[in-house]
Structures are given as structure tokens and as C-alpha cells.
Design a binder for this molecule. Sequence first.
Ligand SMILES: Nc1ncnc2c1ncn2[C@@H]1O[C@H](COP(=O)(O)OP(=O)(O)OP(=O)(O)O)[C@@H](O)[C@H]1O
Length: 245
Amino acid sequence: MTENQLAVSVTDLRKKIGNKEILKGLSFNVSNGEVFGIVGPNGAGKTTTLRIISGIIRSYYGDVKIFGLAPAEAKQRGYISYMPEDAFPYEKLTGYENLEFYAELYAKGDKELKDKYVKLGVEISGLGKRIYDKTAEYSRGMKRRLIIARTLMVMPKLTVLDEPTSALDVESAVRIRNIILDMARKYNMTIILSSHNMLEVEYLCDRIILINDGKAVSYGKPEEIIKSTSSKNLEEAFLKLVFGD
Ligand SMILES: Nc1ncnc2c1ncn2[C@@H]1O[C@H](COP(=O)(O)OP(=O)(O)OP(=O)(O)O)[C@@H](O)[C@H]1O
């Protein structure tokens, strides 16, 4: 793989908070146009890794490059659109106004570009006329659809989604997964997402890194990991790799 096909490269990433080592030497890369999953149980270090990649946590050891740039620089240039796990819309605004607000940040005064982002956001959200209601009146699933639409509509070079379907019912989770897959296929987007749902990443991701306690347990295509551990699915592979079940 040549350098310019690489969207993200992470080499020997380490992070300590206080005396606790949270990331213990993670290495992986993500190519352009790939949907990549960071998977692991609660507390494995997924959010910390995503926050470093997104340029939010700036102190760490190791080397991280986003399209050849330090994450903070890539963030500053507007290359990255990041959805935190606990992201919520502004409840006093309508869905449409929420999209306008976020579009403005990325369009930086370009009215035509802003309108293009908002139009795409409305379409991605699939909220129909409800987009003009105050988001305080939305269900949890509708709020998440709006937030996902907001994150994707600016067509970033890199989209980072922290647990996009956590705490959603089945119907909402399926809708969100379909949005992610549709956008990835239609626009060849580069997306990194985290999840503790092994079956979800098996469905969504081209390649994954399985992490536990800040370390990589496995890395590659889901089907290869399943095959190499003689498992029925990724969940079973994970249990074997971590607990030797
Ligand atoms: N600011 C902090 N101070 C102290 N410990 C922290 C801090 N941030 C994260 N940690 C610890 O680092 C470890 C990894 O946390 P992180 O949120 O990255 O994991 P995660 O895989 O995203 O977990 P979850 O699936 O629960 O969101 C956890 O043990 C967490 O308690």
C-alpha cells in the first residue's frame, strides 16, 4: 500500500492517565475508502483511541498520522468529522437548525457549500417533515439519526463514529447501520467506528482491530479472523482470543 492510499496510520500508540496505562502500543492503519472498526469490551480503550485520532486528546506517545498530518492539524483543516458517543443535538433548535449550525462550522462562510451540506444532511437523516420540529420532541433513535447525518453531511476526508448504535432499539440501530453502509458505498467514504457489538462490525466493516485492555488482540478482515480461529462468528473468535474459550 502506498503512502497516499493511507488515510490513517497509527504506530505504537501509548497513552497513560495518571499511573494507568490505557493504550499499550497499538498499531494499525486505515486505507482510503475503508470502513474500519475498533472493537472491544467496555474500558478496552476505544474512545481514547478515537479521541487521539480526531485530534481531541493531544498528548500521547507513538506516531499517529491522518493523511500524513498530525491529528490536530488534520482537525484544524476540517478533514475530520467526529461523533462522540454521547453526542446530542441542541434541543432548543429544530433538526434543520441543528444541521445549519454544524454546516456553518465546516462551510466557513461559503453559503452555497453550507446549503449543499444541509440538503444532504436532511436526506441522510430520513426524518422527512420532522426535521422542522424541535429536537427535544425527537425519540432517541431520531436524535441519533440527526447526529449521524450531521457528521456525514460535510463529506469529511475521515469520519469517526464512537459507538454509533449504542443504546438504540433494533429498528433504530438497523437504520443507522444502513445509513453508514449507504454513505460508505455511495461516496467511498473513509469511516472509523467503534463498537462493542461484534456482530455489528462483522456486518459493517472491511477490516477491524480487536482490542482488549489497551492492546491489540487481532487485526484484519472479520472473515479472516473468524477463519483463523475456527469460529462461527466474530463474537466466538473474540472469546477464544481473549479468554481461550
Ligand atoms: N480521563 C480519564 N481518567 C481516568 N481514567 C480514564 C480516563 N479516560 C479513560 N479512562 C480509563 O481508560 C480506560 C479506557 O477507556 P475508554 O473510554 O477509552 O474505553 P472504551 O473502550 O471506549 O470503553 P466503553 O466501551 O465503555 O466506552 C478505561 O479503564 C477508563 O476508565
